[in-house]
Design a protein around this ligand. Structure first.
Ligand code: SIN
Length: 261
């Protein structure tokens, strides 16, 4: 296994790994690298949906998305290029934070990739937390926030009032490393617990902006056969839709995680 960095703030590429044949010792090392770098890229894979599912299940049970999934494999979402205006992932988010126990990781496998563009951007939320002043860190350490899927529900023609919702700490502690990360996102975080939306807006707006500062970011530039996994406990991500009508087809699944502490 050869490890090279994806970017200074996060990410590693692991060459010479066939994820269909990973023994327990190699898996331990991959998980260690995952906790250290937050995003792992395995280039040149050749996977069936069953292979992708089997590799992801090394980390736990799969989590079904409430609004999507392909018929033959309900745990897999097929991400296709449906145009910029309809790209629901073009915003900074950690996945399904509106669940009480959101998925700890998401895994994408590229079946088709644009000749240029269509990258996935990531931002390291441990760095974002550490870069806050001591005063603001102390403030966010004492806050919890409400997350909802109401925007997603509307996008899928469902009743936003029935959408899932959850409360989480604004800074969460990683269950494997003990490190702290900022845990809010523009897509799903609505207000602080005990505060109105209006009262929350200014500080949340600051945290959304801060969390995606360019010095926390790295990008995955997709090639067919890339398998990418990211840690929803410590990064937010953004699907950059700058590839016009060029085909981009990705199989996406998620693995369940702990209740954020
Ligand atoms: C996602 O937000 O889960 C998908 C990211 C992407 O398509 O790059």
């Amino acid at each position: 296994m050869q490890v090279s960095r994806l970017g200074a703030p996060l990410g590693a590429r692991l060459e010479n790994v066939d994820v269909r044949n990973v023994d327990d010792a190699a898996w331990q090392e991959i998980n260690r690298l995952f906790c250290e770098y937050h995003v792992l890229v395995f280039p040149r894979q050749s996977l069936t949906p069953e292979d992708q599912i089997a590799f992801a299940q090394r980390w736990g049970n799969l989590v079904r998305h409430p609004y999507a999934g392909i018929d033959a494999y309900p745990d897999i979402i097929e991400l296709r290029n449906v145009g910029q205006a309809r790209d629901i992932n073009q915003h900074w988010h950690s996945d399904m934070t509106y669940n009480i126990a959101p998925p700890k990781l998401t895994m994408l496998y590229a079946q088709e990739a644009p000749t240029i563009g269509g990258d996935t951007a990531f931002a390291n939320q441990e760095l974002a937390y550490e870069a806050l002043s001591e005063g603001l860190r102390t403030t966010v350490d004492g806050l919890r926030a409400v997350h909802t899927a109401e925007g997603l529900a509307s996008a899928y023609g469902e009743d936003p009032k029935q959408a899932p919702r959850a409360e989480h700490p604004v800074a969460r502690v990683h269950d494997e490393t003990g490190r702290r990360a900022l845990y809010v996102c523009r897509a799903f975080t609505r207000r602080f617990v005990g505060w109105t939306r209006e009262e929350s807006a200014a500080l949340l707006g600051y945290l959304f902006h801060h969390s995606s500062r360019s010095e926390f970011q790295a990008r995955q530039v997709w090639n067919v056969g890339d398998l990418v996994m990211w840690d929803n406990r410590s990064v937010v991500h953004f699907a950059v839709h700058d590839h016009a009508d060029e085909p981009r087809l990705i199989h996406r699944l998620q693995v369940d995680g702990p209740i954020p502490a």
